[in-house]
Design a protein around this ligand. Structure first.
Ligand code: FNR
Length: 365
């Protein structure tokens, strides 16, 4: 369908399913085992209900957000997702340009098809971006890699900690392919050209160190002073621990349901943090992702104390239309968010608060 017929994130997914290669669709859309966590991520947002307030005068609304010491026009960003070049030849470059054109930004994956250097070259000078780090079993590789990344001054180093081993992604396993289709130049795990492998996740994620520990964070912080975030925090206990370990922030995520199936949705973890250690939300920036598809989802996360929200798959699908598709995706989500804010009686995200949501359905589970 033409871009102007795309009205929401679901339409982008349908367009991607119809046009992407079966391998790209399986890799992007898939999740671990029975995909229950991926489904639960989507359902959790639906089960949190809004409690609108009225008669507050909401004509002028703004979605401006300050996070990582930078100003953005929206509170949502692109989550680190590997190999965007399977969706479009310009992959991460087109996504980055589209996001920056609309005042949003991204957290680039270690397993991106283009390097951080190549991606920032597409953006205005010093445009704020984040970088996602997978720690290599060969710590010397990560040390050299991180020193190179630090020179480009991303605003945060986001260490992914929810995937010590690769999840069991069955749709991805079933379609054997040549990894070259994914443009493997930037990958740390080298794959024999022409060799057909089952499972891109396995073929690109085997270098990740399953022995990474809390004690190792000091080593990472010794390499660079760029603020460190942990991505894949799934309990209030680990949220506290991340603060004690000196992290600048945490990123609540279950890896889009691609790590351990039946893990709880990030928004539930956020509720647990609210209940058990709400002070964490005052002292650290807290990011959330997984199943965010609507402006109302973004608003709910902000009401419950998130500093920012991330979307993974929707931007992999929007970039099928190139940079323009990504700009359109941001426009749709921002419009939905503005409308949701107005309907709930607020005009700035700073006014979002827990009283605007009813969490009884998810708390009862
Ligand atoms: C991911 N995710 C991910 N996370 C990460 O830290 N490093 C990575 O390289 C990847 N790669 C990746 C590839 C693909 C195809 C997907 C779908 C996801 C997880 C990602 O950052 C994020 O947590 C989820 O995608 C969020 O869920 P939604 O928005 O896709 O539902």
């Amino acid at each position: 369908p033409p871009l102007d017929a795309i009205l929401n994130m679901h339409d982008f997914a349908a367009a991607a399913e119809a046009t992407y290669s079966p391998k790209a669709w399986a890799f992007y859309s898939g999740a671990a085992n029975d995909c229950l966590t991926h489904a639960a991520n989507l359902v959790a947002w639906r089960d949190i209900l809004l409690r609108p307030r009225v008669l507050t005068g909401v004509r002028n609304v703004s979605t401006k957000t300050r996070v990582l010491g930078a100003d953005f026009s929206v509170p949502f960003f692109w989550a680190p997702t590997a190999l965007a070049r399977m969706a479009h030849p310009e992959g991460e470059k087109a996504i980055a340009r589209g996001l920056a054109a609309r005042g949003s930004s991204l957290c680039l994956s270690t397993n991106s098809s283009f390097s951080l250097q190549e991606v920032v070259a597409e953006l205005p000078r010093d445009y704020p971006v984040m970088y996602q780090l997978y720690v290599n079993k060969d710590r010397a590789v990560t040390e050299a890699h991180l020193r190179g990344i630090a020179k480009l001054r991303p605003r945060a180093i986001v260490v992914t900690v929810d995937l010590p081993v690769v999840g069991k992604r069955e749709a991805d396993e079933r379609i054997k392919t040549d990894v070259a289709i994914a443009s493997a130049d930037n990958l740390q795990q080298k794959v024999e050209p022409g060799k057909k492998v089952g499972g891109l996740a396995r073929a690109t994620g085997g270098f990740i160190d399953a022995d990474l520990r809390w004690e190792d964070l000091a080593w990472l912080r010794g390499i660079t002073d760029i603020p460190l975030f942990l991505k894949g925090i799934q309990s209030a206990a680990d949220a506290r621990r991340a603060y004690e370990a000196g992290c600048a922030g945490i990123y609540l995520s279950n890896h889009g349901g691609r790590a351990v199936d039946t893990a709880q949705p990030a928004i539930i973890v956020l509720l647990e943090i609210q209940a058990q250690c709400a002070w964490v939300l005052e002292r650290m920036e807290v990011f959330v992702d997984g199943g965010v598809r609507r402006g109302t989802d973004v608003l709910k996360a902000m009401c419950l104390g998130a500093s920012a929200v991330f979307l993974g798959r929707p931007f992999l699908y929007a970039v099928g239309y190139g940079q323009e598709g990504v700009e359109h995706a941001v426009d749709l989500l921002r419009d939905e968010l503005e409308t949701a804010m107005q309907m709930c009686g607020i005009t700035e995200l700073g006014q979002a608060h827990p009283g605007l949501v009813n969490t009884a359905l998810v708390e009862g589970r």
